[in-house]
Design a binder for this molecule. Structure first.
Ligand SMILES: [Zn+2]
Length: 330
């Protein structure tokens, strides 16, 4: 990590040691923290930058940002502590340059895109943001009770025999669902948050505020219970559908029942690059890129004239082929 204002480099492990050895110093040694000054309402807060003293207004879920004047990182540690302390963080693997290159490569692979979109000044508007997610794993058992039939038909000579076997069916299953992910910030678009999944969770680290340095971060506003019941409902339907599979039977009727057992929930911050493209007339386009894998989700500005030109050419080719087909067949 680098402190942007004094340029000194240090490692995350240094901060951990520093924190452990520091005997309750009044100002935190390695991290920029500011005390809440006033509460203008609606969760918006004014903080004072410790570096230059400027006022920094933050949104209701902002957990880390930059001072607008001196660009020092400002971490609102009270929003990432106690019950809001994340368990894990997936660090950024793509820096801003890497994100820009991945984005340009993606745009070039798309046809019909408005070329103005590729202009340099548009592509510098990248922001690195850590978004909150709930991660879960669920164990449970599922039972099924019902009746099934199996029909066998055999033919010998002019005689056909049909044997229908009736079964009482009892099934038991043990389920273990892992890697369940739910967004933990309400205002994030669900399709985007889901669209840039998955993250390689084996690279997740134990939470340390040092990872947030130089990036923005949001705190969660979705309660654990809400994410948990959503995950459980999803597991229930998947488990019950699985146990209802016919598996060699011709018919199967009955009732399935999923009973959840151990549920583990983790609160994690995951990295994303956000790009906003504003054109003069249209409403803005938003893109989200997985800050670890580079996977992108978003809608592109399509240049209608390009699309129409290609449609016209394709239409012409199809018409020509139809004429040839007509000449040969009829
Ligand atoms: Zn400042």
């Amino acid at each position: 990590m680098r402190k942007p204002y004094c340029g000194s480099d240090f490692r995350i492990t240094d901060i951990q040691q520093e924190k452990e050895t520091a005997a309750q110093p009044a100002p935190q040694a390695a991290l920029d923290e500011t005390a809440a000054a006033t509460v203008p309402g609606d969760g918006y807060m004014e903080y004072h930058c410790q570096n230059c003293g400027a006022e920094v207004v933050t949104g209701p879920t902002t957990a880390a940002t930059r001072c607008y004047f001196c660009h020092s990182p400002v971490t609102l540690t009270d929003r990432l502590s106690g019950e809001f302390k994340p368990n894990q963080v997936v660090p950024f693997a793509l820096d801003k340059r890497g994100a820009e290159q991945a984005f340009q490569k993606w745009i070039r692979s798309k046809h019909f895109v408005d070329r103005r979109f590729l202009s340099e000044d548009q592509l510098t508007m990248f922001s690195g943001v850590y978004y909150p997610y709930w991660l879960g794993s669920v164990r449970g058992t599922t039972t099924f009770d019902g009746t099934g039939t199996k029909v066998d038909t055999s033919v010998s000579g002019s005689r056909m025999t049909t044997i229908t076997s009736y079964y009482n069916v009892h099934r038991e299953a043990e389920n273990h669902f892992t890697g369940l992910v739910r967004k933990a910030l309400q205002r994030v678009d669900k399709r985007m948050a889901d669209g840039i999944q998955p993250y390689r969770m084996n690279e997740a680290k134990g939470y340390n505020p040092g990872y947030l340095s130089g990036f923005m971060a949001e705190m969660r506003d979705v309660e654990q219970e809400a994410a948990r019941s959503d995950m459980l409902e999803n597991c229930r339907s998947r488990a019950e559908n699985m146990i209802r599979e016919k598996r060699g039977l011709n018919t199967l009727k009955g009732t399935a029942h999923f009973t959840p057992g151990q549920v583990y929930m983790h609160y994690a911050l995951m990295p994303a690059w956000i790009l906003t493209y504003k054109s003069e007339r249209e409403k803005p386009y938003y893109f989200m890129m997985n800050g670890q894998t580079g996977k992108i989700f978003g809608r592109l500005p399509i240049k209608q004239s390009k699309l129409l030109a290609v449609s016209a050419i394709l239409g012409g080719i199809v018409a020509a082929l139809l004429c040839v087909g007509g000449a040969m067949l009829w």
